[in-house]
Each structure stands twice: as structure tokens, then as C-alpha cells.
Design a protein around this ligand. Structure first.
Ligand code: FAD
Ligand code: SF4
Length: 508
């Protein structure tokens, strides 16, 4: 009697009940397969980091006495998809049962259902023991109505009893300290160093290349800068709590050419492949607050990202798929400009945000939302192509979290389910929050003319194009009033310039 237990590359959860003690009747199956490397073109570091972490996890399981069957990308008997490999392994081990954890992605869940049907064995799907809300419960709630993040988050604080006083009121008197988190970073305090010692994974890179996997971005295989084991992930968490968290909230919206992480944690990859549990990350932040090492604004701001946003987008995804993947409320159909894949644009902000993403497979939230996402929104790029870019380029990109952030929050393609207004901004926002404009060939203050910052005219063109969509939104009245106050000739020249730019986006 042998059970095959499938563990996916984003299910490296050492504290899952399956791994409490070795079971000689179970074979843990892990596989590096082309169907997963090829469903979108991924950044090289994403493929490297996931495979390296999977291999390390498999080794740790073996060392702890578990039976593991691991298929490498170049193994001759690797059939390169879930179903074919599972059928082959079921025959080899004379399996009598198949067990798997809930997948996080709709696409993978469907593939595993099909694989299970082909196996034709008694099968069980278990919880991945990672998230802070049950998937079906969340999906049910969000399929009926998508709540505003703030109410969802308060409910999660209550459910988990986090940052509440003895009267069940929020510690510090407020639920949310977001309004305090808007500072530009003046270069002080210095941003802490990158938290991880790089790992040489060049042998793995050779295997991936030999298998013919197509990737983009800088592999950095001699010095991969990401955590590849739970121990490294825990070290990164400790560095974050001690050195970064005290400044987390205040500079959350800041951007700098000098520092890729600034005061962000860089923990999303470790969290999303489940090397870290969200509760241990939240608890570490709250312990630092209770020990007086960080203030409530920093602690609450960080807890909100994980207890609030991370669980919330999962609710949107599972409550609204598969329809969500087709949403295109703003009827946007342009392809992404070519320079999204090279960083070769004269716009300093985009050159930096894309260049950093190609170098590191990472950009922080405001770079994703207000630089690359903002531009694609203003230019009317097709949410399918925007989704594919985000899903490929970031080390932490898995569809359940990528799609509601991209299609919903950033591109407003869901018509306002996630964002109460579109995150559209002109150059004045970027200038205020970053040092990008200083070194730019374009002038942040100009709306038209050869040197005018493209964000300005494209912003107004976008607003006018969608006036009917946004007119009823009280959060959008200010910009329309500002437009009405603008001189007629200025308005005409601005829109004319936008049309000129939209015809040559690849050349900007
Ligand atoms: P920190 O700023 O240190 O935040 C701490 C943690 O909070 C993160 O690690 C993450 O787990 C969580 N978090 C913060 N914001 C969000 C959010 N909006 N949604 C979900 N979790 C959040 N996040 C991903 O994990 N994968 C993605 O593919 C992804 N795609 C995005 C695409 C766009 C267009 C945008 C605007 C955001 C996207 N995000 C995504 C959310 C967010 O930008 C990243 O989680 C964050 O930048 C990761 O860096 P960090 O770990 O340094 O985050
Ligand atoms: Fe970006 Fe415009 Fe500033 Fe240049 S001037 S960095 S294009 S916002």
C-alpha cells in the first residue's frame, strides 16, 4: 500500500502535518517540469530560485527520513507534465492512493484535477496549512461580495486576536496608520544592506539551459541573491525585524535609484513558496512592537500587508476566478511597449524600475504600482499582456497574488473590485516620491513639447478617455475640476501630444 504525495514548488512548507514524521507508506513526489516553466516566460532568477529551493527542501526531507522521488528538469524519464509523471510514478511504486495539497493557482488546480482523474486512484486534497483563512470559506465570501480591504482587515485582526487591547479595540487607538506612511526618502536613515548572502547555483543554471527552458532577465547564477532555504528565509526575517521594520511604514511609498529594497522586507518569495509562514512573520513584527523596538505605525503597516492585503487578494482570486482573468473594464488593447523587456527607454523612472526588475527579479510595491503599472494603465495596455509581464518578471509572482494586484489594483480591469479608484498619476507624484526625475531627459513639469514628461499628457488623455467611467466616483472629482480650470489651448496641446506619444510608445 503506497501513497503518492505531491508537493509543488510553491508548497515548501516544512511545518505541514505531512512532514511531522516519516511515513514509510508514502512517497513524496516533487518535479521540475516544462509545463510549469513554459506557461509564461519567467525571469531566469525565478526558475533558478524555485528549483534550488525545491532541491534543498527534498534533501531536507530525505535527511529527516522521508521517502522522496524527485524529478529534475533534465532527467530522461521526466515526462515534463504533472499527469504523465504521476501516471508513470504510480506504476513504478504500485501506488494505491494519491494525495495532494490545495494548489494556489486556478490553472494548477485544474491540471491536478485532470491528473488525478487519469491516475484513477482514491485521492485526497488537503489544506496547504499556510494561509490565515480557509480557501473555500474565503472564495464563498468573496464570490458573494468583495469587501473593502479595510473591513476585511479589521475582521482578520478580530478573528486572529492581533494588535487588539483587552477591550478588543485596536492597540494604539487606530486600526490603520496608513496616512502616516507617505514620506519621500531623503537618503537618511541609510537603507540596510541586502539581507541575503548570494548562493552560487551555476550548475543548476547549466541544467536549466541545457533543457532549453526559455527565460529572460539576468540569471545571476553565480550569486543568486535570494533565500533558498528556510534557514536563510528566517535570517532575512530577523534582519528585517531588527533593522528595517522600524522605518517600514514611513518610507513605504518612497522610491530611489540608490536602493532596490529601501525599507521593504523582500520576504514575498519566501512567503509565497511557503518557506515562511505568514503567522510567524506577523508574530515577529508584533513581538518587536511589544518589546518597544518599533512603533505601532510601522508594526501595524506591516501586519496590514500580510494579514490584510495578502489574504484579501487571495479572496478576490478564488472568489472571482475564472471570470476574473477575462476582465478588461477599461477596454484596453495596446501591446506593452517593447522596452518593458529591455529597460531601454529614455524615461528615467521606467528605465530604473524595469532595469532593476531585470537585474533582481524584484521591484517594490510602489515601483510596480506607480511606475510600470501606472504607465501601462495610462497607455491603455491590454491587461492580458500586462498580467503576463508581471507573472513572468517577479520572483514572487504566482497568479493568485499577481493577478488581483495587476489586473485589479493596478489596471482597474475589474472595474473597481480591488481599487476604489484607478491608480493613475502624472509626473508630479513620481517627482514627489522619488529621485527619478532629477536624471531624466524629460521635464516632469511640462505637459507637451518634445521634452515634456510622457506621464503628464498620457494622464490627461487617460482621464478624458474614461470620463464616463469615472465621473460618478467621488474620489475622482478633483482632477476633472482641475482639467476644467485649465486653459483651452493648454488642454488641446496636451491631448494632441498624448495622441502623438500613443502612436510611438516603443520610441519613448
Ligand atoms: P513588503 O513591502 O515588505 O511587504 C511585506 C509583505 O506583505 C510582502 O512580502 C507580501 O507578502 C505582502 N504584501 C504587500 N503588499 C501586498 C499586496 N498588494 N498583495 C499581496 N501581498 C502583499 N506580490 C506578490 O507576492 N506576488 C506578485 O506577483 C505581485 N504582483 C504585483 C503586481 C502589481 C502590479 C502590484 C502593484 C503589486 C504586486 N504584488 C505582488 C504586491 C507587492 O508589490 C509585493 O508583495 C511586494 O512588493 C513584495 O515585496 P516585499 O516582500 O519587499 O514586500
Ligand atoms: Fe519619469 Fe517623467 Fe520623471 Fe522622467 S520626468 S523620471 S519620465 S516621471
Amino acid at each position: 500500500m503506497t501513497t503518492l504525495r505531491l508537493v509543488l514548488g510553491d508548497q515548501l512548507n516544512a511545518s505541514h502535518p505531512w512532514f511531522r514524521q516519516p511515513d514509510p507508506g508514502c512517497v513524496v513526489v516533487m518535479m521540475e517540469i516544462r509545463s510549469e516553466t513554459d506557461y509564461v516566460v519567467h525571469h531566469a532568477q525565478k526558475v533558478l530560485a524555485i528549483f534550488a529551493a525545491m532541491r534543498g527542501f527534498a534533501e531536507a526531507l530525505r535527511a529527516a527520513g522521508h521517502r522522496v522521488h524527485y524529478l529534475r528538469i533534465g532527467d530522461p524519464d521526466n515526462q515534463q507534465d504533472f499527469a504523465a509523471n504521476l501516471v508513470q510514478l504510480a506504476a513504478r511504486y504500485k501506488a494505491t492512493r494519491f494525495e495532494r495539497m490545495e494548489a494556489d493557482e486556478w490553472r494548477v488546480e485544474r491540471l491536478l484535477d485532470e491528473a488525478s482523474a487519469r491516475l484513477d486512484l482514491p485521492a485526497t486534497v488537503v489544506d496547504s496549512a499556510h494561509f490565515l483563512r480557509d480557501r473555500d470559506d474565503l472564495a464563498q465570501a468573496f464570490s458573494e461580495r468583495v469587501p473593502r480591504l479595510e473591513y476585511f482587515y479589521r475582521d482578520m485582526r478580530r478573528r486572529h486576536g492581533l494588535l487588539l487591547d483587552d477591550n478588543h479595540k485596536p492597540v494604539g487607538g487606530r486600526w490603520n496608520y496608513d496616512a502616516d506612511n507617505r514620506a519621500r526618502w531623503p537618503g537618511e536613515p541609510p537603507a540596510p544592506a541586502w539581507p541575503w548572502v548570494p548562493t552560487d547555483v551555476s550548475a543548476l543554471w547549466e541544467e536549466i539551459a541545457a533543457a532549453g527552458v526559455r527565460t529572460f532577465g539576468e540569471p545571476n547564477a553565480h550569486a543568486l541573491p535570494w533565500p533558498l532555504s528556510r534557514a536563510q528565509a528566517r535570517e532575512g526575517l530577523a534582519v528585517f525585524v531588527n533593522q528595517v521594520l522600524p522605518h517600514f511604514g514611513r518610507f513605504q511609498d518612497a522610491m530611489s535609484t540608490q536602493e532596490p529594497l529601501l525599507f521593504h522586507s523582500g520576504l514575498s518569495f519566501a512567503l509565497n513558496i511557503k518557506m515562511l509562514h505568514p503567522r510567524e512573520v506577523i508574530d515577529a513584527a508584533i513581538q518587536a512592537f511589544e518589546a518597544g523596538e518599533v512603533d505601532i505605525a510601522a508594526c501595524e503597516g506591516f501586519v496590514r500587508q500580510i494579514l490584510g492585503w495578502r489574504e484579501y487578494v487571495r479572496g478576490v482570486y478564488w472568489g472571482r476566478m475564472p471570470h476574473y482573468a477575462q476582465t478588461n473594464a477599461l477596454d484596453a488593447h495596446r501591446p506593452l511597449p517593447r522596452w518593458y523587456w529591455t529597460g531601454e527607454t529614455q524615461m528615467a523612472c521606467l528605465r530604473h524600475a524595469i532595469g532593476q526588475s531585470l537585474q533582481l527579479a524584484y521591484a517594490h510595491h510602489i515601483q510596480r504600482l506607480m511606475i510600470t503599472g501606472n504607465f501601462a494603465l495610462l497607455a491603455g495596455c491590454d491587461p492580458d499582456t500586462v498580467d503576463a509581464w508581471y507573472l513572468g518578471i517577479y520572483i514572487d509572482a504566482f497568479e493568485w497574488v499577481e493577478m488581483p494586484n495587476t489586473r485589479g489594483m493596478s489596471q482597474y480591469a475589474d472595474g473597481g473590485l480591488v481599487a476604489s479608484k484607478p491608480y493613475a498619476a502624472s509626473a508630479s507624484y513620481i517627482k514627489r516620491q522619488s529621485d527619478y526625475c532629477k536624471g531624466c531627459r524629460y521635464a516632469a513639469t511640462r505637459r507637451h513639447g518634445a521634452d515634456a514628461c510622457p506621464f503628464n499628457s498620457l494622464y490627461w488623455d487617460f482621464m478624458l478617455r474614461h470620463e464616463a467611467d469615472f465621473a460618478g466616483n467621488p474620489r475622482m472629482t478633483m482632477p476633472y475640476r482641475a482639467w476644467q480650470r485649465m486653459d483651452e489651448a493648454e488642454r488641446k496641446a496636451t491631448l494632441k501630444h498624448a495622441r502623438h506619444l500613443l502612436e510611438r510608445l516603443d520610441d519613448l
